[in-house]
Design a protein around this ligand. Structure first.
Ligand SMILES: *Cc1c(COP(=O)(O)O)cnc(C)c1O
Length: 389
């Protein structure tokens, strides 16, 4: 079953090593806020998880706040800063290719009076630092940019962006959505000079329902999203998700050990796949950047001329048991065009014929052979039966 899964950017399977740790701790029940031994043992587990998450991004444990996932982390950072900051007018800079969590949130903050700038991207999905710098003005209080894009894999020059922002105004709060980058590329917050970074466990082989927000030390002027007990430095009330945190920690510990090896393997798989699919299938166009370097090596967004992506993905799923994605997982339900591909300047026709394939830890060469063979058959079949257009 796993071998036919090519949708790792939507979510990843739980790693067996993580599952076994979860099973070992399933009966752990103490409330980490209790001072007796049951509570203190649970508290130790949470702090262990916190240090494992911190280690993967070279943060201090005290800078990690646990949440329920990427969306909550982004909400905590952006809403938390918006409500804590008394600067009005309040200007936010983000980009046109952000995850819907950020975009929807910006629409909401706009309804509360915030001014929003959505930066454009070039044909490869990159934001120009010059555009970012030019967008900053006296009311700019918050900037939120994604590290790696979930649909096309473009990796933004976050370090250079942070430098440029802080040179203009050190008080601008810079948040980075690193959900898709975590575990795929090295992240070092010491190096980055960002104020906050959002993370999620289920994109790196951990359990669903757990995430984290990195908040730079001395920078924790956020209003809490969840009022309640004083958990998570007073920033998120409520008894912690003990198992989720244990699993997230373990997933991060494994990623810390294996990141470079995993990246290396992914590059080899990528080259093998690209070579193979270009020979096998005619009239395809790559929407994800085909450059060395600043692109997630596991992510492929491909248009198949004269094919409807919905038809192709249903055929792949029903006949071949292959899971790919059309648009992002979150927008697959809606019949709207991908805002990311639109931002690249692609035609409606091309966007409607594109699917996303994303590899992961359990993808091997045999899977790629099967994928390309199946794609070739499915595309040939659809092109022969479907009228053009
Ligand atoms: C998946 C994802 C999110 C949302 O994370 P959840 O844990 O699903 O809430 C945010 N940003 C990016 C780039 C993502 O890939």
């Amino acid at each position: 079953m796993l071998g036919k899964y090519f949708d790792y950017n939507a979510t990843t399977p739980l790693r067996e090593e993580v599952a076994s740790i979860l099973i070992d701790n399933l009966l752990l029940f103490g409330n980490p806020s209790s001072s007796h031994s049951f509570g203190q043992f649970a508290k130790e587990k949470i702090e262990e998880g916190r240090s494992q998450v911190a280690a993967l991004i070279n943060a201090d444990s005290s800078e990690i706040l646990f949440t329920s996932g990427g969306t909550e982390s982004i909400n905590t950072a952006l809403k938390g800063f918006f409500f804590a900051c008394d600067k009005r007018p309040f200007h936010i800079i983000t980009s046109k290719i952000e995850h819907s969590a950020t975009l929807e949130l910006c629409h909401y903050l706009a309804s509360l009076g915030a001014e929003i700038t959505y930066l454009p991207v070039d044909a490869n999905g990159f934001i120009a630092i010059e555009d970012l710098v030019n967008a900053i003005h006296e009311h700019t209080a918050l900037i939120s940019i994604m590290y790696a894009n979930n649909e096309i894999g473009t990796i933004q020059p976050i370090k250079e962006m942070a430098k440029a922002i802080k040179q203009i105004n050190r008080d601008i709060f810079f948040h980075v959505d690193a959900v898709q980058a975590l575990g795929k590329i090295p992240i070092n917050v010491h190096d980055l000079e960002v104020d906050a970074l959002s993370l999620a466990a289920h994109k790196i082989y951990g359990p669903k329902g757990t995430g984290a927000l990195y908040l730079k030390k001395g920078n924790q002027q956020l209003v809490q999203l969840l009022h309640g007990g004083g958990q998570e430095n007073g920033l998120r009330g409520g008894t912690e998700n003990l198992l989720g945190i244990i699993g997230f920690g373990q997933a991060c510990a494994l990623a810390t050990e294996e990141l470079l090896q995993h990246k290396h393997n992914t590059v080899a798989l990528r080259n093998y796949f690209l070579e193979k699919i270009k020979h096998a299938i005619e009239q395809i166009e790559m929407n994800s950047p085909e450059i060395e370097g600043d692109v997630l090596q596991n992510t492929f967004n491909i248009s198949f001329t004269n094919i409807r992506a919905e038809a192709l993905s249903v055929l792949l799923s029903q006949v071949y048991g292959i899971a790919v994605s059309i648009g992002s997982a979150c927008s697959a339900e809606k019949a709207e065009l991908s805002h990311v591909l639109l931002a690249l300047g692609l035609s409606e026709e091309r966007i409607k014929s594109s699917i996303r394939i994303s590899f992961g830890l359990y993808t091997d060469y045999k899977d790629i052979d099967y994928l390309v063979d199946s794609l070739k058959e499915a595309v040939t079949r659809l092109r022969s039966i479907l009228p053009v257009g």
